[in-house]
Design a protein around this ligand. Sequence first.
Ligand SMILES: Cc1cc2nc3c(=O)[nH]c(=O)nc-3n(C[C@H](O)[C@H](O)[C@H](O)COP(=O)(O)OP(=O)(O)OC[C@H]3O[C@@H](n4cnc5c(N)ncnc54)[C@H](O)[C@@H]3O)c2cc1C
Length: 482
Amino acid sequence: MINRRQFLQSAGWALAASPVVGILGCTQKLAAEYVIIGSGPAGIALADTLAQAGKQVLVLEGGTRQTDTALQSMHDVEAGQWGLPYNLGWATQRVLGGTTNLWQSHSPRPLEEELASQTLRGFGEDWPLTLNTLTPWLASSERWLHVRPAQPELNPSLPKNPYIDTSTALSELLSGKGYTHLEAGAYGMVSGEGADADALRLLDDGEIDRVAALNTVAVRPGTIARRIRMTGERAVGVECADLKGNAFFVEAGTVIVCGGGIQTPRLLWNSGVGNHSDWLGAGFMEHPGMQIYGHRAAPLLPPGVPETHIHVRDMLYDPAHNGLGGTLLHVGLKPGAPNREYTMVEVLFEQAPDRRNRILPGNKKDALGDPIPRIDYRLTELDLATIQRGQQLQHTLAEHIGSVDNTSPLRTGSHHLLGATRMAANPANGVVDTDLRVWGTDNLYVASSSAFPTGLTVPPTLIIVALAQRLAQHLTNTPRPI
Ligand SMILES: Cc1cc2nc3c(=O)[nH]c(=O)nc-3n(C[C@H](O)[C@H](O)[C@H](O)COP(=O)(O)OP(=O)(O)OC[C@H]3O[C@@H](n4cnc5c(N)ncnc54)[C@H](O)[C@@H]3O)c2cc1C
């Protein structure tokens, strides 16, 4: 743990070395119609969409342009009663652009069946939003994130995903083995670039600068939101500190917390808001996962193609999977030496929400003296049963496509931080309503994977951005995307 003096020394350097974008002066009164906390994909997509509707937006970001150990220590977490599955504090990045500086753009859409876990499988609660409601936002999210969808007909304006054509032989092999729910184009990839293009990085790819340059937007790096100030049911602003530890207040018409899956519930805890139903922090989920590697002597990739990827979604429809969480299988192929093709079968397991898996205020404090989050996290009996069945399916599939050379250990998380400010249609069952407004408040919102009521099998960012854009439309009453 870094102490206050080390934090202020190092963080002061980070700010000095960090040219700021669209900054409002520290000494002037800070106020904005919409104040967004966090400049990850949720915060920047929201700011972008609000600005397009002419709204005045101020984004407060604790990080700067550089990743920095002292700044990152503001994401320290405390192990709860079952220890930590991995260093969850480092699953989010305290830097402009948030965790997109690390993400891999793996962005399949969710399936309707996944949103109905209670009806179809008997655990959790169905999402209070249908796939039909989400679909236009998923399409606009794909455009905003520049990912190439697996079904090009759903988003014809985007370049075709290169893996769609290159996985034909693999698809045929799997169809021949009886698999029916196949989806080529497993990775998102950045549109307009080659097959090995990197994922969209909000900072390095200039997206933050583009949004910060919009007339009605300012982005203020090095600004740590410590508490949301409430007057009755109204959020009136945000109590902040700069990187020298100076306190100041930002007045807000509306506050939207986009701090990621752990810092979002933490900020609500530290602000004393959002726990009306005892759900704040509860139902925290991750995506456990593992890989099986192998090789084939008879290549399935067309000559000269560097890789291909495909999803196999049959497991949601597998009768032996009834009552269990979903399983997303992702098959990858890469060429090796002549007559040697490398295979990978990766799996993501859906965890079910459990109230005892919870983010709570910890005993330790950060450099500014605020409680860091304590995380109670473990795999439940249901999760272990999901994993056991999913592993059988994964092994069978791996054997269908090639020899099984080695298997990675089960990892208990994939940097997908879900569920700790869950969305519910009824205030007794969650923290935010279907418009992402914190129940019991007039103007405090959350845009984050922490609002997911169940974990689904798909990585979260596509849905995070979809929900943020949908929130912007709700706040501005503008037309839905087509
Ligand atoms: C290695 C890795 C690979 C990944 N790969 C994928 C993938 O392939 N597909 C996928 O969908 N997802 C992936 N993810 C997850 C993805 O990166 C996150 O889901 C996504 O970035 C979350 O977006 P966000 O805007 O909610 O939060 P973040 O990106 O975490 O942004 C939150 C921002 O809020 C700031 N902040 C937090 N608290 C405060 C505060 N109190 N005051 C001021 N600022 C604050 C943080 O500094 C940060 O910049 C991956 C993650 C990792 C780490």
